[in-house]
Write a protein that binds this ligand. Structure first.
Ligand SMILES: *Cc1c(COP(=O)(O)O)cnc(C)c1O
Length: 386
């Protein structure tokens, strides 16, 4: 399979993810932006603000949540099931927590795992399943929770790619714990910040205890020496070099201000992204060699996913780059890398089959009229080419 990175546009006109800066919103409460954000997220999720812990990243939030689950469990079980076709930060969070990640497959022709994929990765050592919808495919949460409660396994509702403060109020509010992220490429794209949502109130004390412990451990460890990241031309090699571990647990006041500003425009951006996705889909012939991938209407758009012939993916990405359009192929199946291969218990056949067929286009609500025109025009050249 072709594991080259997509060529980057020489003249970048439509980036995948470059939100315009927003003026910071005036923080009304005298408690500051962190308190206001906690209250606002609590309102969105139907949770008291004390049940929302603001963190520096989704990775930090998940690590904290898993440590709390482990504490409550008494240390007997140490495995955590995570999507093998998804964000490597999830796997890193499990490792950060001192637990054993188990990579599970995606569903058949689906970017997110289904119930069969999750349960095939479980053993008596399974402490938790991280239910993370990936690239616009929802997870059957009710079905998963039924199975998990029968087997005494905790479910973490990782809504990093789902929560946008609008659409569905339940994202992040299901399972024992919820994870939100406001990092790059997330629906609320503030560049940093995240939250752990305590859905099972019995975990409150364990989360509080672990928060103190993690903050101290990470502070003592300190920042790793700054090393320039080498330039990679192959996606597999890049994943052998994971991003540095978190250096602090909590969100800063400044990060909270940016998240609040982005939350305020989230609804407008979701609507605009959906409109753009419809226009892009309208340019692709449903029976052509380049087709729109299905996208669940309940999930916000982070990209526009197209299905392509794997042997032509690089050529198509090159053509788009020539038009100034940045593309991506998320997600490289993590079990194909040396770093993550030891964590896969079964072959991940659906992930293997899906990723070479996916090509992602920019599709965010903040794109300007000119950027949208360039994008739509670039799609027309693909149809001619195919
Ligand atoms: C990005 C992502 C994370 C990690 O969030 P960060 O804030 O980048 O650490 C976790 N889960 C999923 C599903 C993600 O997409």
């Amino acid at each position: 399979v072709d594991t080259r990175y997509n060529p980057h546009p020489r003249r970048l006109v439509v980036p995948l993810c470059q939100p315009p800066a927003l003026g910071t919103v005036a923080v009304a409460g005298r408690l500051g932006a962190l308190a206001e954000l906690r209250a606002e997220l609590g309102r969105c999720l139907g949770r008291a603000s004390e049940r929302v812990v603001l963190t520096s990243s989704g990775r930090a939030a998940l690590c904290l949540g898993l440590r709390a689950l482990r504490l409550r469990d008494g240390g007997a079980r140490d495995e955590v099931v995570v999507p093998g076709f998804g964000c490597p930060q999830l796997v890193e969070a499990v490792i950060d927590a001192g637990l054993a990640p188990v990579l599970c497959d995606a569903g058949p022709d689906c970017s997110s795992p289904d119930l069969a994929a999750f349960t095939a990765s479980c053993t008596p050592r399974t402490l938790a399943i991280v239910a993370a919808p990936v690239l616009g495919a929802t997870i059957d949460h009710a079905g998963l929770e039924r199975w998990a409660s029968l087997h005494g396994v905790a479910v973490v509702d990782d809504a990093a790619q789902a929560f946008c403060g609008t659409l569905d109020a339940s994202f992040g509010a299901r399972g024992a714990l919820g994870v939100l992220s406001f990092g790059r490429h997330k629906p609320i794209c503030a560049g940093a910040g995240a939250a752990l949502v305590i859905n099972d109130p019995e975990l409150s004390d364990a989360v509080a205890r672990m928060a103190v412990e993690l903050e101290q451990t990470w502070r003592e460890r300190g920042a790793p020496p700054a090393a320039p990241r080498p330039w990679f031309s192959d996606v597999g090699t890049a994943l052998e070099h994971p991003p540095a571990a978190p250096v602090r647990l909590h969100m800063t006041e400044e990060e909270a201000r940016v998240v609040l500003a982005r939350l305020a425009v989230a609804n407008t951006e979701v609507v605009a992204a959906n409109r753009l996705a419809n226009q892009l889909a309208g340019r692709l012939c449903p029976h052509g060699s380049v087709r729109p991938r299905p996208h669940d209407a309940g999930l916000p758009r982070l990209f526009f996913a197209m299905e392509v012939d794997p042997s032509r993916r690089h050529a198509l990405a090159t053509r788009l780059a020539d038009a100034g359009v940045e593309t991506s192929w998320l997600y490289y199946p993590l079990h194909r890398t040396r770093r993550y291969a030891p964590h896969a218990r079964t072959p991940l056949v659906h992930a293997d089959s899906l990723w070479p067929r996916i090509l992602l286009l920019p599709c965010r609500g903040w794109l300007s009229a000119n950027e949208r025109d360039v994008l739509l025009g670039a799609l027309d050249t693909l149809e001619v080419a195919s």
